[in-house]
Design a protein around this ligand. Structure first.
Ligand code: BGC
Length: 416
């Protein structure tokens, strides 16, 4: 049996923009400008089997989030899904643009919406894990320089203070920022996400510093409100391995990759973390010559990402030295046919169990995602959900739901 500690948090994750629907922000504007281009470029970007399997990638509407999966209006249905899975925790986001559509004007009706939602979670014994920022900004923020502009950072801190005042009595677990390094990488280095800057190293550095400052300030605000609160960020993590196991160039790249992806941000906010929040999806097998990455890809998901469960064990082990509890806040796979999702979960959990056995203090696991949702620049075609969502927004359990639900209920599972 693979078993887990008492009171382990069994959860699933979503973010506000990806599921709620009806939001106007920097992403919704960006989609309008880029949907046609993304649909056109799909044929150069994705492999033949992906193009055949997901022809919707050629339709511009695929890239418009719009109603998303209507979670804003389907709170009760989503809670039913969470209950069907026997989860005792749920990670979700609040949307800054919804709560503060105009600078300085907080919409109390929307505060009540989130309060009611959190209360319902708690009535059902589901621990809320609240993400304040998950990649999206109100238009008044993006139009005035986004995360580069110090004034916006002050505004974000002020906004967070309101959130803590309004919701802090209901929430213990906080995620201030989701994967800040991804926003920096795609927003300022490869230009894939808004604000679309390419190789803007100075801007990237500025944004990095602003993220660090924002996190620290918000950490203090949350703790002032509730000294027992548990605050962290959700780190993008990945496992780097050397193909040869000895080549010095490979070993150096592995070291640098590990440091910059898994540790840099953590070290900068070191004293301001109650736990380490980590998202794990990727393995990079490093070779010494360009393009420096050559994965074996024995099994890949619908997005073409290699499935490499052992990697989560290595990342967890590498975090042991920080001597903090760890929550795995995201781990999941795009698998429209649900061919490999159940094995994916079991295989990753097996390696989480190994790390726990070896003394790593893992306190929870959150599958990404509860529902199929809007996968950013890829739009709707990659399907990460334990629940499929149809054209009428009906939530339909995939068969992997049962497997995960049993694990969550029993706090253990047999390893065949
Ligand atoms: C992000 C999610 C995203 C998931 C799958 C994570 O990096 O936090 O928003 O949907 O990856 O790509």
């Amino acid at each position: 049996m693979v078993n887990f500690p008492k009171n382990f948090l069994w959860g699933s994750s979503t973010s506000a923009y990806q599921v709620e629907g009806g939001i106007t922000n920097d992403w919704s504007e960006w989609e309008k400008e880029n949907a046609e281009r993304l649909a056109r470029e799909a044929k150069d970007y994705w492999q033949d089997w992906q193009q055949e399997k997901f022809p919707e990638m050629f339709n511009p509407p695929n890239y418009i989030c719009g109603e998303a999966v209507n979670s804003y209006n389907m709170v009760d249905e989503d809670i039913e899904c969470i209950k069907k899975l026997n989860l005792n925790a749920y990670r979700f986001g609040i949307e800054w643009a919804r709560l503060e559509p105009e600078k300085g004007k907080i919409d109390q009706k929307e505060i009540s919406h989130y309060r009611e939602f959190i209360k319902k979670l708690k009535q059902n014994n589901i621990e809320p894990v609240l993400t304040i920022w998950h990649w999206t900004n109100p238009l008044w923020v993006s139009k005035s320089g986004g995360w580069e502009n110090k004034k916006n950072i002050q505004d974000f801190i002020r906004f967070s203070e309101v959130v803590v005042k309004e919701l802090g009595d209901l929430v213990t677990y906080w995620v201030t920022l989701n994967e800040p390094m991804m926003h920096i990488g795609h927003g300022y280095l490869d230009g894939k996400f808004p604000p679309n800057h390419k190789k803007s190293f100075l801007r990237a550095l500025k944004v990095f510093k602003n993220f660090v400052q924002a996190h620290k300030e918000i950490y203090k605000i949350i703790h002032k409100n509730n000294p027992k609160a548990q605050v962290s960020i959700a780190m993008t993590t990945g496992y780097f391995s050397s193909a040869s196991g000895w080549n010095p160039i490979e070993l150096l790249i592995v070291k640098l990759g590990h440091y910059f992806r898994n540790e840099w941000f953590l070290k900068k906010v070191g004293g301001y973390l109650d736990y380490i929040g980590m998202n794990y999806y990727h393995h990079d097998r490093i070779v010494w010559h360009p393009p420096f990455k050559k994965n074996l890809n024995k099994q890949v998901n619908d997005r073409g990402w290699e499935i490499y469960p052992e990697g989560i064990y290595h990342v967890l082990k590498s975090y042991k030295k920080f001597k903090k509890p760890i929550l795995i806040l995201e781990n999941g796979t795009a698998d429209a046919d649900d061919d490999h999702r159940a094995d994916f979960i079991k295989d990753h959990l097996y390696h989480v169990g190994r790390a726990i056995q070896e003394g790593v203090d893992v306190r929870g696991y959150f599958y990404w995602s509860l529902l199929d949702n809007f996968e950013w620049a890829e739009g709707f075609w990659p399907r990460f959900g334990l629940f499929r969502v149809d054209e009428n927004f009906r939530r339909i359990p995939r068969s992997s739901c049962r497997v995960y639900a049993d694990i969550c209920k029993n706090n253990e599972f047999p390893r065949q």
